[in-house]
Write a protein that binds this ligand. Structure first.
Ligand code: HMG
Ligand code: MG
Length: 299
């Protein structure tokens, strides 16, 4: 069967904008987050407290985050790679953070300048301190299906790092198909292996990029497996500056269109969300790649 309700973890303001060539003004980002929350999204990842030279597009986190203070009814998680990032996030009152690990050595090195083991060691005090302070911690795991340098990633390798992230104390795990090469059978195989190793589905979210147009099919496979947390990006924005061939995330509109059709509740107003993505596309100067945004906005 399928779940009655899905929680959408909206990543447009973070995963979407981290890869933009044009500099997006802080006020536009704040307006984007506000509009996403107003459209009914209850988790809107706001920004990253990473090294500003590594991701210049999000270097304004200190200015942006306080502008979101007044928002109610929405969680605003932020990415934090290390204790320096945690200090910055906690100083501004962040209460949901995400660390982000890699299933492959090459991406760990390119994205975090660490080996997989070193990055887990870097996250350990971050997760511990965040949990002590009562924050909710998400653990992203990138390259769960394929890696642009290493090719297909063996399931057992993914399961090992996934368990290590949960063992650090992460409340939830988000399985990242960073470059969008997953297919539904692979999704099922990974979820089954995680279950076999004691990772229950209620702690697992899925994070698909749509490079090969498989993101929705992969999502449906995950829903059939019992997953109820799905990451998506308004308008299909997104990519990773440290993974060549990473394209946009599953578009939130494409996801909501499918879930609405299945009678699965999300609390999201599709018209308001589409209007937000059309507005954001105008700010960025190019059309949204989302098929649903295009269909609904050309009526
Ligand atoms: P490093 O160069 O090894 O840093 O980078 P370091 O630890 O050697 O520190 C060097 C200097 O940077 C120090 O300053 C630190 O204080 C400073 P100094 O003492 O020399 O003056 N520094 C910082 N400053 C501000 N904020 C910080 C910070 N950390 C250190 N947080 C580091 C290591 C992790 C910092 C770097 O590699 C980094 O920032 N990486 C982030 C990359 C990133 O954000 N990638 C995109 C997100 S992941 C993604 O998109 C995938 C996902 O969507 C899921 C999927 O699709 O798979 C989540
Ligand atoms: Mg991503």
């Amino acid at each position: 069967g399928l779940p009655a309700r899905v929680r959408i973890h909206e990543v447009g303001a973070r995963d979407g904008l981290q890869n933009e060539k044009t500099a997006v003004p802080t006020a536009v980002k704040a307006e984007f987050v506000r509009r996403l929350a107003a459209a009914g999204l209850t988790t809107v990842e706001a920004t990253s407290f990473v090294h500003p030279k590594w991701v210049p597009q999000l270097a304004d986190a200190e200015e942006l985050f306080p502008q979101l203070k007044g928002l109610t009814g929405v969680h605003l998680p932020v990415l934090v790679p290390n204790e320096r990032g945690l200090d910055r996030a906690l100083a501004l009152g962040a209460d949901r953070i995400a660390v982000f690990g890699s299933a492959t050595e090459t991406f760990a090195s390119r994205n975090l300048n660490r080996t997989v083991a070193e990055s887990l060691a870097m996250f350990e005090p971050v997760v511990a301190r965040a949990k002590e302070g009562g924050a909710h911690v998400r653990g992203y795991l990138s390259m769960c299906f394929g890696d642009p340098w290493e090719g297909p990633v063996p399931v057992h390798q993914v399961v090992r790092v996934a368990k290590a992230l949960l063992d650090l104390g992460c409340d939830e795990l988000s399985l990242g198909d960073t470059i969008g090469v997953a297919t539904p059978g692979h999704v099922r195989a990974l979820l089954s292996s995680l279950n076999d190793e004691g990772v229950t589905t209620d702690r697992i979210g899925v994070h698909f990029h749509d490079t090969y147009g498989q993101a929705l099919s992969n999502t449906l496979a995950a829903l059939r497996h019992g997953v109820t947390t799905v990451d998506a990006s308004a308008g299909g924005l997104g990519g990773c500056p440290y993974a060549k061939s990473a394209t946009g995330n599953l578009a939130t509109e494409d996801l909501v269109w499918m879930l609405d059709g299945l009678g699965i509740e999300t609390g999201v107003d599709l018209a308001a969300l589409t209007a937000t993505s059309v507005w954001m596309a105008e700010q960025l100067g190019r059309p949204s790649p989302s098929r649903t945004v295009r269909a609904l906005s050309h009526k």
